[in-house]
Design a protein around this ligand. Structure first.
Ligand code: HEC
Length: 160
């Protein structure tokens, strides 16, 4: 190996080490907060609910765990973290309603609005309700959302 070549390799090796150390340092300084959504459901409940959710094509309209059917573009609310604002009983009543729009009015046409799931077996509705109630969101995310919304609407810097 020529001397010039060796120096180039050494320089590259040093740069790589510096970059790796710097990245590691940055991660300690600013840890990735990660996905703010989580569930308190048992694995058994999750699996049971997931089957019902898929069988009824909820993901044609809703996002959950950042996943939805890209072919359907319905402006339905995302279900991530929804259990932070409503409880199991509310979900059960909503899914059991012959006309869910009596509970939650809609601005959408019949094709897009929330369909009634009153025809599902009671056990399925209970499972879905329990699962939806288990979908939570970390406090820091709510705080971030509030802050972003405040700054967007007022154009002012948010202070606590
Ligand atoms: C055809 C589209 C569509 C399908 C399929 C659908 N939804 Fe909805 N859903 C909506 C829309 C739109 C809303 C908002 C209310 C409205 O416009 O009727 C909604 C509202 C909801 C809400 C209330 C959200 C809130 O803000 O409180 C829940 C919970 C929900 N859906 C769960 C489900 C579940 C679980 C399934 C599957 C069993 C499902 N949805 C299937 C369109 C749909």
């Amino acid at each position: 190996m020529k001397r010039g070549e060796r120096n180039i390799y050494i320089t590259i090796a040093v740069l790589v080490v510096v970059m790796v150390v710097y990245r590691g340092y940055q991660e300690i300084e600013n840890p990735d907060p990660g996905i703010p959504f989580y569930t308190t459901a048992s694995q058994e409940l999750q699996q049971k609910a997931d089957k019902i959710y898929k069988a009824n094509k909820c993901s044609d309209c809703h996002t959950l765990w950042m996943v939805r059917n890209m072919m359907a573009s319905v402006p339905a609310p995302a279900l991530d973290g929804i259990g932070a604002i409503r409880n199991e009983e509310w979900f059960y009543n909503y899914l059991s309603a012959e006309n869910p729009q009596d509970i939650l009015p809609t601005r959408l046409s019949n094709t897009y609005k929330m369909p009634s799931y009153a025809h599902l077996p009671e056990d399925d509705r209970r499972t879905l309700a329990a699962y939806l109630a288990s979908l939570k969101v970390e406090d820091w995310y709510l705080e971030e959302t509030k802050k972003a919304e405040y700054e967007k609407l007022t154009g002012k810097k948010y202070q606590q």
